[in-house]
Design a protein around this ligand. Sequence first.
Ligand code: GDP
Ligand code: MG
Length: 213
Amino acid sequence: MEAIWLYQFRLIVIGDSTVGKSCLIRRFTEGRFAQVSDPTVGVDFFSRLVEIEPGKRIKLQIWDTAGQERFRSITRAYYRNSVGGLLLFDITNRRSFQNVHEWLEEARSHVQPHSIVFLLVGHKCDLEPQRQVSQQEAEKLAAAYGMRYVETSARDAINVERAFTELTRDIFELVKNGEISIQEGWEGVKSGFVPNVVHSSEEVTKGDRRCFC
Ligand code: GDP
Ligand code: MG
């Protein structure tokens, strides 16, 4: 029987406060540009299926920081239980770009000896006239870290699908060739769900606060 999804990947989205993390997650999971009124009252996680090849689906569980990044109080478990992450800065805010290194160090220190597959994201690319970080400069930094770089806009829905899909494909390759494996007690990667055998589909969506499948 064909599984509804092959794997579930747990992703985090980090970066300075106001770079647009919550809006990017919502654009991807809800298909709209939603203003997040109170950044500290956040939904923990959002889910969406991604088709990486015809018939091959991955369920993404995407965790938002719910405003904790303001106080740098993100817990160790948040990092430890993730397989992938989007590391965001705002292309109109140079400071947020300078802080990318700190975010990466923080993530690395929390997940050792494991690692998280990161994608560097220059967000709010609809605001070209206010740009403070060039694409070349960001690409250079991403290359130095061995990451991909993509520029996104949640407002204008630019590259949002691409950002999540490329990261998902990269993680899938690592899982397929055994560089990342499923581990007991680790939430980063879980194996697929087979309908009518394990749960009813109702139970599957019950745990999710948001689902846009
Ligand atoms: P977070 O603190 O990183 O979660 O940031 P939010 O998602 O709450 O967004 C912070 C602000 O940036 C809000 O005023 C959003 O409307 C705005 N914003 C988010 N994404 C975009 C975007 O793609 N383009 C523009 N122009 N503004 C955005
Ligand atoms: Mg937020």
